[in-house]
Design a protein around this ligand. Structure first.
Ligand code: IPM
Ligand code: MG
Length: 345
């Protein structure tokens, strides 16, 4: 059956890296006979321009009907003073589609090891997956701002914790069989509940080891010994912070994809980097995060493991051939990098 893919190109470099991602998708689809159709909708700043809202009603409708969603990037300084910001569209989309599980693989590429701000012996062997709860916690609790006081409520139910921790265990089962659950159990009630539920879930997965770590010390370990992580699972706010920390380990934002899953609806795939308005339209953006997001989509939404691996290996080979965009220290344009990746498929 034809798979319906919704594309949200968004702002800044979004449209150009989306083009690169779709070229790679088309090339790999021909090889593996993957049958798909594309629909594009405005989102983020482009949504504000087109319909006055970062998540226009038609975009949300299309998202609900899609089999998977590819998002490139949103945000631009021109909306800094706007009544609704592009980012609010992203939060609304996560909530509307119930995208509770944000998955970010962090893996060092041999050809890019030298870019890491860490010493070579610390970055060697880094290969973990960060699983962030994405639709609960303080992000979606009550926010009360008064003249002389403010309050944000951090809410978690056992069910919200259970489903995200299960997701982490399922991922760990296919990898190194270790889950590190990160909380602030020495202070927060939500974290005490989190730890208890994590223990219960661990009983369902006897082949996977569970360890707990407090978020402050986890932030240190991520710098001093990141290779010891296999799968990390944590709540929304800690995950927001730790995922940015994890993204600097590689020394570039340009090569990391992500996925956000719901229980049974469409998943969303996007680069972890932003819309880089300063280099938009110049054809020099690094398309790899977008291209690897396409690979994640093929594997996670459509079970096209071979297609995903073809893309991942082609990216690896391209990097080791020294075809590098400027952010990676080279001179390749986006088009050169994309066509080399397609040639290497
Ligand atoms: C992210 C971003 C978002 C978040 C912002 C844009 C609301 O930082 O995806 O990590 O905080 O979740
Ligand atoms: Mg963030």
């Amino acid at each position: 059956m034809t798979k319906k893919i919704l594309t949200l190109a968004g702002d800044g470099i979004g449209p150009e890296i989306m083009t690169a991602g779709l070229e790679v998708l088309q090339a790999v689809a021909e090889k593996i006979s993957f049958d798909y159709s594309l629909e594009a909708q405005p989102f983020g700043g482009a949504g504000i321009d087109a319909a006055g809202h970062p998540l226009p009603a038609a975009t949300l409708e299309a998202a609900k009907k899609a089999d998977a969603i590819l998002l490139a990037a949103i945000g631009s300084p021109q909306y800094d003073q706007a009544p609704v910001r592009p980012e609010q569209g992203l939060l609304a989309l996560r909530k509307e589609l119930n995208l509770f599980a944000n998955i970010r693989p962090v893996k060092v590429f041999d050809a890019l090891k030298h870019l890491s701000p860490l010493k070579p012996e610390r970055i060697a062997g880094v290969d973990f997956v960060l699983v962030r709860e994405l639709t609960g916690g303080i992000y979606f609790g009550q926010h009360i701002l008064q003249e002389d006081a403010a309050r944000d409520i951090n809410d978690y139910s056992t069910e919200e914790i259970r489903r995200i921790v299960r997701k982490a265990f399922e991922i760990a089962q296919e990898r190194g069989k270790k889950v590190t659950s990160i909380d602030k159990q020495n202070v927060l009630a939500t974290s005490k509940l989190w730890r208890k539920v994590a223990e219960e879930v661990a009983d369902e997965f006897p082949d996977v080891t569970l360890e707990h770590q407090l978020v402050d010390s986890a932030a240190m370990v991520m710098i001093t010994n990141p290779a010891r992580f296999d799968v990390i699972v944590t709540e929304n706010l800690f995950g927001d912070i730790l995922s940015d920390e994890s993204s600097v380990l590689l020394g570039t934002l340009g090569v990391m994809p992500s996925a956000s899953h719901s229980e049974d609806g469409p998943s969303l795939y996007e680069p972890i980097h932003g819309s880089a308005p300063d280099i938009a339209g110049q054809g020099i953006a690094n398309p790899i995060s977008m291209i690897l997001s396409v690979a994640m989509m093929l594997r996670d939404s459509f079970g096209e493991t071979i297609g995903a691996e073809l893309i991942e290996r082609a990216v690896d080979k391209t990097l080791s051939q020294g075809i590098l965009t400027r952010d990676l220290g080279g001179h390749a344009t986006m088009a050169e990098m994309t066509s080399t990746i397609i040639g290497n498929l």
